[in-house]
Design a protein around this ligand. Structure first.
Ligand code: NDP
Length: 313
């Protein structure tokens, strides 16, 4: 067989991007499967995004991630947007099909995969409560709605933001999505099957913060899931455990959105445990636990608030 020294390339375009850990988990998976693929973490300022996408085409990149501030802006440079990414109004993963670049959003899908695989719960026909109405909530609520949840109740502090998101997503999905304003302590009703914290409450460095909720009426078996992944064990999850409830941490969502990206690019199933372990190592910032790792992990795969507003319209 002739030698082949050419690696297949994928990338992440963002600014700032240097501390985005996604490449660590993707490279760990390439290496584990013996794939000659590279994940390039590339600083791309907004004014150069058009050129960067043209470069991706010229270099024959197999795909790329977009992070802050490109998740909405990139959409106009692509050939097609997947239906759920269109509803969410943001793209975090681009895949190539022949010469065509197709925009996907794997954040909410990653959450769903974690719920199904790690927690063993199928959201179809279930009642969900999602705390928060930012980018994470938007992706999660969209995918829960598309997965056939019986009802999704969004509980958010700011009425205007919550109502706007719910009206938009209910209209686009036709699903039963409702809004309730979060005032004081929210008592989780006994008919809820899945509770999701999609706020930033509990995120490093506010690790002692706990969403003001009362779990005393929750039905046994209600799954409590936290989008916050730094730290992975939040006060909310500890409180849920204290009530004997099953829990799902934010690492699950983070890893599975990367797993889905890997599958879209390579057509292969990556070793999930390898990816999770690679990420956990970065998160724990071994040897330097005091380092503000939140800085690097704030660079999530969600759009900047300004982008979201632009995308929500
Ligand atoms: P946004 O800034 O877009 O939204 C934040 C949300 O949290 C808003 O709804 C806001 O309410 C609410 N909120 C913040 N502080 C409070 C408070 N003190 N009381 C009540 N509500 C509050 O953030 P994102 O949606 O981008 O991210 C949310 C969380 O999800 C972050 O912790 C992020 O790290 C995590 N995340 C995890 C991912 C994963 O893969 N695991 C992926 C992406 C994000 P209001 O509208 O009233 O301001």
């Amino acid at each position: 067989m002739p030698a082949n020294f050419k690696a297949e390339l994928v990338a992440c375009f963002g600014q700032p991007v240097a501390e985005n850990p996604t490449g660590v988990m993707q490279e760990a998976a390439f290496s584990a499967l013996g794939l000659n693929w590279r994940y390039l973490t590339v600083e791309v300022p907004p004014a150069k995004l058009r050129d960067a996408v043209a470069g991706a085409r010229a270099f024959g990149l197999r795909g790329f991630n977009c992070t802050i501030p490109h998740k909405v802006a990139v959409m106009e440079h692509l050939d097609e947007i997947a239906p759920d990414a269109a509803v969410i109004g943001a793209v975090n993963t681009v895949r190539r099909e022949g010469e065509r670049l197709i925009g996907e959003n794997t954040d909410g899908k990653g959450f769903l995969r974690g719920v199904r695989v790690d927690a063993g719960v199928d959201p179809k026909g279930r009642r969900a409560v999602v705390l928060g109405a930012g980018g994470a909530s938007r992706a999660i609520v969209t995918e829960l709605a598309l997965a056939g949840a019986a009802e999704v109740l969004v509980v958010n502090r700011s009425r205007e933001r919550g109502e706007r998101m719910v009206a938009d997503l209910a209209a686009k999905t036709g699903a039963p999505i409702r809004f309730e304003q979060w005032q004081g302590t929210y008592r989780v009703p006994g008919d809820v099957d899945l509770l999701v914290n999609a706020t930033s409450i509990g995120l490093y460095p506010d690790v002692d913060a706990m969403p003001p909720i009362d779990l005393s009426a929750a039905r046994p078996g209600m799954l409590v899931s936290d989008a916050v992944f730094n730290p992975p064990e939040t006060r909310l999850l500890a409180a849920a455990r204290g009530h004997g409830l099953p829990v799902l941490d934010g690492l699950s969502m983070l890893v599975y959105q990367g797993v889905i990206g890997f599958q879209l690019w390579t057509g292969q199933d990556p070793p999930v445990a390898v990816m999770k372990e690679a990420l956990r190592k970065v998160l724990l910032a071994e040897g330097n636990p005091q380092e503000p790792i939140e800085n690097r992990l704030q660079v999530t795969n969600l759009p900047h608030p300004d982008e979201r507003l632009a995308g929500a319209g």
